[in-house]
Write a protein of this length. Structure first.
Length: 101
């Protein structure tokens, strides 16, 4: 998998979520490797959005996203936007911040 990150304010991320959904539907056998999550960051209304894709070729249309190493991914997230929360690519990397006790 390849990972990338970009900061957005409010709903600016929406076109990229739509693009992720289209790519997922076009590549159904790799559905587990399409993930989009976010973590609150920066000014009010801003969040860092992380996308996971099966390969680097699929990252091309995501302008402004910076590739990140897996070690740079947040361990705790605020929002799940796309993917399958029950499969290993998600469960092995992320926990919801609200679940922390």
């Amino acid at each position: 998998m390849v990972w990338a990150k970009r900061r957005f304010a409010y709903a600016e991320f929406a076109p990229y979520q739509d693009m992720m959904e289209k790519l997922l539907m076009a590549n159904p056998t790799q559905y587990q490797e399409f993930l989009m999550v976010s973590v609150k960051a920066g000014a009010p209304g801003e969040s860092d959005y992380y996308i996971g894709l099966p390969n680097k070729i699929l990252l091309a249309p995501f302008d402004g996203f910076q590739e990140v190493r897996e070690t740079e991914l947040p361990k705790e997230i605020d929002t799940f936007l796309l993917g399958d929360q029950t499969k290993e690519p998600f469960t092995s990397r992320f926990k919801f911040r609200r679940d922390r006790r």
